[in-house]
Ligand binder design. Sequence first.
Ligand code: NAD
Ligand code: IPM
Ligand code: MN
Length: 362
Amino acid sequence: MKLKIGVIKGDGIGPEVVNEAMKVLDKVGVVYGHEFDYTQLLMGGASIDTYGVPLTDETIELAKNSDAVLLGSIGGDAKTSPWYKLEPSKRPEAGLLKIRKALNLFANLRPAVLYDELKGACPLKEEITEGGFDMMIMRELTGGLYFGERSTEEKNGVLTATDSLTYTEDEIRRIAKRGFDIAMKRRKKVTSVDKANVLDSSRLWRKVVEEVAKDYPEVTLEHMLVDNCAMQLVKNPRQFDVILTENMFGDILSDEASMMTGSIGMLASASLNETKFGMYEPSGGSAPDIAGKGIANPIATILSAAMMLRFSFDLDQEADAIENAVENVLKDGYRTIDIMSEGKVQIGTAEMGNKICSYITK
Ligand code: NAD
Ligand code: IPM
Ligand code: MN
């Protein structure tokens, strides 16, 4: 099969981790007989440096013409990078939000799984991590605070900033349906997370989720307030199967969950629309503090490539091969610095990619 992948390496550690994911995809291609045809695209700081804007319309078109997009991460150090002297709509992050909206990528799937081998890197107590955990955070990605009206103005001599949080019932319904569909293939439990004790948008969220739940009688639905959820995650992570939540709550809870898996460098993600198309990226950022050092963990990006094979290309066996290879490398004791623990062997970004490739078999 010949597959067209748009590749956005991005900024900071982006190029380092994407190179390893491409290496792994190429190995899958050799072993399973697929051809991956990459088109390099610019977004974020790299696009600002070349075109003066974080995302061009041509790049959006090229991304649309691909079968899927693989993304590293964008952005830089807000204190030192010249990109942050630009107005907000011209900064790297604006490119990421624009592409999510342009491609209608409303469903962001972030699987937080604690591998047995990484229990030593998890900051939680052993009695909590015993038995591991495996949850899917379903984050709504094209609505809410990120896309509401925004302004900063002076009112009566006082600077006043506003961000508004809006959801339509249709936006809630489509992500809820996707959440329940995913739950049907898992342990059939949805925890819908909101702030319905305060926010109108959350009260609508709850109402629509309840309506959608009627079409999924086999799925158990529970509602949880977001502050409680942040606490329950570290108290008893095994209670969660699918966490269904709005854009900003999902952003924050997924970073929290990532650390429980050992590191943000482990958390993959898929951003999907109504079709088979998707954009696949690690959940973490461009990590300016470690960029260029060859020490970033490429596993989140490699596992994101596995999600691409599974969700966009229906190549389940190939996706399994990548996931098994990651598990085997961890079993053999190889670790990047972020997941390092006593008695393990520390390796760099490229070595981790090479090791994972060496385990890809049919
Ligand atoms: P970050 O996720 O980049 O880094 C937070 C911490 O995690 C840092 O200590 C970093 O070294 C570490 N880390 C992140 N990924 C790692 C990996 N793969 N291996 C090992 N360690 C890793 O978050 P931040 O510092 O808040 O943001 C830095 C920049 O990234 C900002 O410009 C932000 O806007 C951007 N960002 C982009 C994305 C994206 O492109 N999807 C996501 C999050 C943040
Ligand atoms: C993420 C990031 C982005 C977000 C930023 C960089 C805009 O944190 O993908 O989680 O908040 O969605
Ligand atoms: Mn985030």
